[in-house]
Write a protein that binds this ligand. Structure first.
Ligand SMILES: Nc1nc2c(c(=O)[nH]1)N[C@H]1C(S)=C(S)[C@@H](COP(=O)(O)OP(=O)(O)OC[C@H]3O[C@@H](n4cnc5c(=O)[nH]c(N)nc54)[C@H](O)[C@@H]3O)O[C@H]1N2
Ligand SMILES: Nc1nc2c(c(=O)[nH]1)N[C@H]1C(S)=C(S)[C@@H](COP(=O)(O)OP(=O)(O)OC[C@H]3O[C@@H](n4cnc5c(=O)[nH]c(N)nc54)[C@H](O)[C@@H]3O)O[C@H]1N2
Ligand SMILES: [Mo]
Length: 578
């Protein structure tokens, strides 16, 4: 087997390999379900939706702040860099309600109540402003909105914040000092920040922290929302988000629209499209009649599966294009077999926004065909003349229509990976962004007020359910659960609970329990763990026979429409009680 072509830095080879093996060329789904809240906040405050610095910059920073990311499991290569940096003397701060293994390497581990990120982060800013641990010159020269921010964080005194979040006042002060007084500091975050009804507000607070301290626009600083699927960055960059074309050019902008109408020879709709979870609701209400599902398995990955089931059943027509017969495909009228990453050529854009070229290594099996060829064929049969001779020709069209990608040619990608913006052929690409200001002009400080999660625990449903991933598996398990070695490592779902909570319910380690939410129930093995915070349980969503998303709530963040995968109320029952 031939691996995808290595990029010029060996360090990225391994990352690229595991990304390519486990990742997919997934589209809006990942953007929408992973980081749409972060992208919304970054676009609003900075004017660009991507990371500001490459993850390896953690090797040249003083302080690394990781929040809501289970990095060692989900971004193991980035985690290796972070661990190295910590060993070499950088101060590592890890904040997460569930203790991630990266906390073993941290100077400060902050456990706070789930869903209280805004309170915690406002608390840090309160202390930083009070103590003068911020960069007044940067704030004056490069930002706007300082007074509004100050007014809001004024109320978040250490006393109030300690009560809301459960974080001791002293620890708050130490973390505020560490981040606020560093000459260079970086923030990494993951789904613990973004997958909340307050996801955009959570991300806004992190951007505020960087802007207040001037920790952006230089090497070893910045904001790095760790991206999810192997090519989710590339998918959003080429416009697989319902409100933009390639390079984040707005569908509502008349000049942009005209450019694309001319290139494609068809009139285009000025209205933004629907987002993933909205689509399911629209299908349920009969406003959407047909769906073309490529490279996603929402029957397991969307929140509130019982509703998804009804939505899919309500469709007149469902087309699923996948490399395996998925749970979702069971609802399809037509299934089209697609070729996997090894069987096709194309570009992948990684979390640093580096565009990388991967080459076809083997022939697709049976009747499987390359995704874009299936799409082009369908388009032609529907009356639109879509002809491309090669992947490169598609890329050339993207390049012609996208100023930030214009300098990246296949010829160049043969030799190197290139990070965008790269506006012309001789341009070296941009790994550290915003070195001479922000795309929107001044960075905008946007205050956020603490608001509780959508569904709080109560007497009937006393536990908080946190869902996410474990190292051996990839999302809905279509690929990893077919791999014997990975299956041997993690054959079944495990519900993590604290020893105290298990004792209170009389549940033994390894006992099967029923987990019930207002939307559904599952049975699963309960295991004792010191990771969850008291009153919370953690469940991975990889296992169809104990599907976490039967339980989750489909409440959305109002700005970015991301669902609250990280918080809903459940009850745990002993099976013998039933
Ligand atoms: N092995 C493996 N790797 C993967 C994936 C996979 O399926 N398997 N998926 C890829 C994809 S698409 C993505 S998006 C990334 C996701 O990577 P991560 O963002 O690391 O993913 P999660 O495990 O969903 O959750 C991250 C953390 O959020 C924490 N959290 C829960 N509630 C809160 C809260 O209220 N506040 C805060 N601050 N944190 C909270 C959880 O405890 C958890 O540690 O991983 C990518 N990498
Ligand atoms: N409870 C809970 N739910 C979550 C999350 C969570 O943290 N908690 N996280 C959310 C996040 S961040 C994400 S990204 C989603 C992931 O949700 P999905 O994207 O729905 O999950 P995957 O299992 O990655 O599905 C990818 C599909 O693409 C197929 N595939 C692989 N390669 C190719 C290819 O080359 N072509 C085609 N056509 N198909 C291919 C695979 O077989 C698989 O069926 O889940 C979300 N759901
Ligand atoms: Mo994701």
């Amino acid at each position: 087997m031939v691996l995808p072509r290595p990029s010029n830095e060996d360090n990225y080879l391994f990352q690229k390999f595991i990304r390519a093996v486990f990742g997919t060329n997934n589209v809006d789904h990942c953007t929408r379900l992973c980081h749409s809240s972060s992208v919304a906040a970054l676009l609003e405050q900075i004017g660009s939706g991507s990371v500001s610095n490459p993850f390896a910059d953690c090797l040249q920073t003083e302080v690394i702040f990781v929040i809501g990311s289970n990095t060692t499991h989900n971004h193991p290569v980035a985690a290796t860099f972070i661990k190295q940096a910590a060993r070499a003397g950088a101060t590592l701060i890890v904040a997460d309600p569930r203790r991630p293994e990266l906390a073993d390497h941290a100077r400060y581990y902050v456990r706070f109540r789930p869903g209280t990120d805004v309170a915690f982060l406002n608390g840090l800013m309160h202390i930083m402003l009070r103590e003068g641990w911020y960069n007044a010159r940067f704030v004056a020269e490069q930002t706007e909105g300082f007074e509004q921010l100050r007014e809001v964080v004024e109320a978040y005194t250490p006393h109030v914040v300690a009560r809301l979040t459960g974080v001791p006042e002293r620890l708050l002060g130490e973390v505020a000092r560490a981040y606020g007084t560093a000459r260079r500091a970086m923030i990494f975050w993951g789904m613990g920040i973004s997958q909340h009804t307050t996801g955009t507000d959570n991300a806004r607070c992190l951007i505020n922290l960087a802007l207040l301290t001037g920790n952006i626009g230089r090497p070893g600083t910045g904001l790095h929302p760790l991206r999810g699927q192997n090519n989710v960055q590339g998918a959003s960059d080429v416009g697989l988000i319902p409100m933009v074309y390639t390079g984040y050019q707005s569908v509502a902008d008349a000049a942009v629209r005209q450019k694309f109408e001319q290139a494609w020879g068809v009139p285009l709709d000025p209205q933004p499209g629907l987002t993933v979870v909205e689509i399911m609701t629209a299908a349920l209400e009969g406003r959407i009649k047909a769906m073309y599902m490529m490279g996603e398995n929402p029957f397991l990955s969307d929140p509130n599966i019982n509703k998804v089931r009804k939505s899919l059943a309500a469709l007149d027509f469902l087309l699923v294009q996948d490399i395996f017969l998925t749970e979702t495909a069971a609802y399809a009228d037509v299934v089209l077999p697609a070729a996997s990453f090894l069987e096709k050529t194309g570009t992948y854009t990684n979390t640093d926004s580096r565009v990388q070229l991967a080459r076809k290594a083997i022939e697709p099996p049976g009747q499987a065909r390359v995704d874009w060829q299936i799409i082009a064929d369908l388009a032609r049969r529907m009356g639109y003349p879509m002809f491309y001779a090669s992947e490169e020709e598609i890329w050339e069209e993207i390049r012609a229509l996208t100023p930030v990608l214009r300098g990246i040619t296949y010829e160049r990608l043969e030799r190197e990976s290139v990070a965008w913006p790269c506006p012309e052929p001789g341009h070296p690409g941009t790994l550290v962004r915003f070195t001479s200001g922000f795309p929107r002009g001044k960075g905008k400080l946007v205050p956020a007020r603490f608001a509780p999660p959508y569904e709080l625990p109560d007497a009937d449903y006393p536990f908080v359910l946190n869902t996410g991933r474990i190292l051996p598996h990839w999302h809905t398990g279509t690929m990893t659960r077919r791999a014997k070695a990975l299956h041997a490592l993690a054959p079944e779902a495990e519900l993590e609970m604290t020893a105290e909570d298990m004792a209170a319910l009389g549940i033994a380690h390894g006992e099967r329990v029923r987990v019930v939410s207002r939307r559904g129930e599952i049975t699963v093995k309960a295991v004792c763990s010191s990771k969850p915070s008291p009153g919370s349980v953690f469940l991975p969503f990889h296992f169809r026979e104990a599907a976490a998303n039967l339980l989750t709530v489909d409440a959305l963040d109002p700005y970015a429409k991301i669902p609250e995968f990280k918080f809903c109320a459940v009850r745990i029952e002993k099976l013998s009680d039933a």
